[in-house]
Design a protein around this ligand. Structure first.
Ligand SMILES: C[S@@+](CC[C@H](N)C(=O)[O-])C[C@H]1O[C@@H](n2cnc3c(N)ncnc32)[C@H](O)[C@@H]1O
Length: 281
């Protein structure tokens, strides 16, 4: 991220979720706030020219919808097991907290201070109310640990919590990423996390590598270059070593079977872009 500036990639991915609301039927992610949160200028631009037919744009949009849907599905499962705290790490313009359907669920939005300040302006401009169940926690993952950041926020570290971390790990140093994951692994039983990550280009096929290179070039232009890549198998071993007892790795094939089956519009997750991990304590 650029010093003192909000995350431009957070705006870009929120615009993709908004486009999904306008362009795709049925929706994989139903988000009635997705268009408002991106700001009236971006909303007007999207509404006046909603076409996004390029294969890369469609596949990327599909993954943006699927990763949020998977996080919210896994959260709902955690809530049925008694979890009452949800921590949205690197929240960007995520709208879950403002349409939270789970009575009694407290939500903590953790994000870089500059992005969080910008989000609060976006919320105000869109007239989206901040519910009493939500707490904002400004943290730079490179400067502060998650445990320290949450300490004075009202978060109960002795109770189970569910975490999502979408679209963030590729921008971090390995140390910041692994320190955060291992602090989640130390949470009480029934806790869990869902996050996505970039796969080591050497493990991708040529088509997937081209897609990843195109995305890497785009985010670098926004001043937020990718710097962290994983081997999915080794990452699962590391998560188990930290103390997570169950891990689930999903890429295009699994996501398409789960969320894009029997569609008439051919919307699918493709290429080397979509890699999601679920891990439970
Ligand atoms: C691509 S956006 C994803 C936002 C959101 N999770 C979503 O899916 O819409 C990346 C997010 O990571 C956050 N981020 C990047 N580096 C960070 C850091 N060092 N500390 C805290 N947050 C960071 C940005 O502020 C931004 O909100």
């Amino acid at each position: 991220m650029q010093e003192g500036k909000f995350s431009r990639t957070a705006h870009r991915v929120a615009i993709r979720r908004a486009a999904h609301q306008l362009l795709d039927q049925p929706r994989v992610l139903d988000d009635p706030l997705a268009l408002r949160i991106i700001g009236s200028e971006a909303e007007d631009a999207l509404r006046s020219n909603p076409k996004e037919d390029h294969a890369f744009s469609r596949a990327f949009r599909a993954f943006m919808a699927a990763r949020s849907r998977y996080a919210e599905d896994e959260l709902a499962r955690a809530v049925t097991h008694g979890v009452t705290q949800y921590v949205v790490l690197g929240a960007g313009l995520d709208t879950f907290a403002y349409r939270n359907p789970h009575p009694g669920l407290r939500v903590f939005e953790v994000d870089h201070p500059a992005t969080q300040a910008w989000k609060r302006e976006q919320l105000q401009a869109a007239d989206i109310a901040i519910p009493p169940s939500l707490t904002f926690v400004p943290i730079d993952f490179e400067q502060q640990t998650l445990a320290d950041g949450l300490e004075h926020s009202g978060f109960n570290a002795k109770a189970a919590a569910f975490f999502s971390w979408l679209g963030v790990t590729p921008y971090l140093t390995r140390e910041a990423c692994m320190t955060t994951l291992s602090s989640i692994a130390k949470m009480p039983e029934s806790s869990g996390v869902v996050f996505d990550f970039a796969v080591d280009p050497a493990l991708l096929n040529p088509g997937q590598r081209i897609a990843l290179e195109a995305l890497s070039a785009r985010v670098a232009r926004y001043g937020e270059p990718f710097q962290l890549f994983f081997d999915p198998g080794k990452l699962q071993d590391e998560l188990k070593g930290m103390g997570f007892h169950r891990t689930e790795f999903l890429q295009g094939k699994e996501l398409n079977a789960r969320y894009f089956k029997d569609r008439k519009d051919g919307l699918l997750v493709r290429g080397g872009l979509g890699h999601l991990m679920g891990a439970s304590v």
